[in-house]
Design a protein around this ligand. Structure first.
Ligand code: GLN
Length: 207
């Protein structure tokens, strides 16, 4: 039997529907993940934007934390956007009391770094590894990356110089929300990471 690679989107809170739609547009099979069993056999995972404190609480309540940590440890590509970037960060400045992240990405992220909801903004960014001109980026009460470890590449910065897109091996994170702009090149980069991972780990079938 041919097993078709599937990319999951954590669907406990936030704008997971938009990510599911964009990933399907990239020709990937998708699955909304709300239960531990739905993490089984995934070839990639997206942690969407939303509210990281709520996503953290709900993943623990739904018993998703341990299996998510296992999936992250297995080396499959994971993309975190905004609150998802916070969930991936090893260190966070300005957390809520008791807030935990999954970690994996050797960065320090400052939560709500650009200010409050009213300070949300849009800007065009040069993005290393993405061809075809600047990426239009929408920031909604977004974090920025304050420090990166040796294995982390900064892919994009704001005009002021704040790091807002990073990659460390199979982990990709952006402070902004490419799922709502109509420019799907960040998802296309992630889809390429998934396809490379699937081919190198020998999963058969069309991706
Ligand atoms: N400020 C939110 C948090 O701390 C992130 C906002 C977003 O994902 N758009 O999780």
């Amino acid at each position: 039997m041919v097993s078709l690679p599937v990319v999951g989107v954590l669907a406990v809170q936030g704008d997971f529907r938009e990510h599911l739609a964009v990933l399907e547009g990239q020709g990937l099979h998708t699955r909304a993940v709300r239960r531990p069993a739905e993490l089984e056999g995934l070839s990639g995972l997206v942690l969407p934007g939303g509210e990281s404190t709520t996503i953290d609480k709900l993943t623990r309540i739904f018993g998703l934390r341990e299996p998510l940590l296992q999936l992250l440890g297995s080396g499959v590509p994971v993309y975190g956007s905004c609150a998802g970037m916070i969930m991936l960060a090893d260190r966070v400045v300005d957390t809520a009391p008791g807030q935990q992240t999954l970690g994996g990405l050797d960065v320090t992220v400052r939560r709500n770094a650009f200010g409050r909801q009213v300070d949300s903004f849009e800007v065009d960014l040069d993005f290393t590894g993405i061809e075809g001109g600047p990426v239009h980026a929408v920031f909604i009460r977004a974090p920025w990356v304050e420090k990166v470890g040796a294995g982390v590449e900064v892919l994009a910065r704001t005009p002021e110089g704040h790091a807002v897109a990073v990659r460390q091996g199979n982990l990709l994170a952006t402070s902004f929300h490419p799922e709502i702009t109509g420019d799907h090149r960040v998802h296309s980069l992630f889809a390429a990471m998934v396809r490379t991972h699937v081919h190198s780990s020998g999963v058969s079938g069309p991706v």
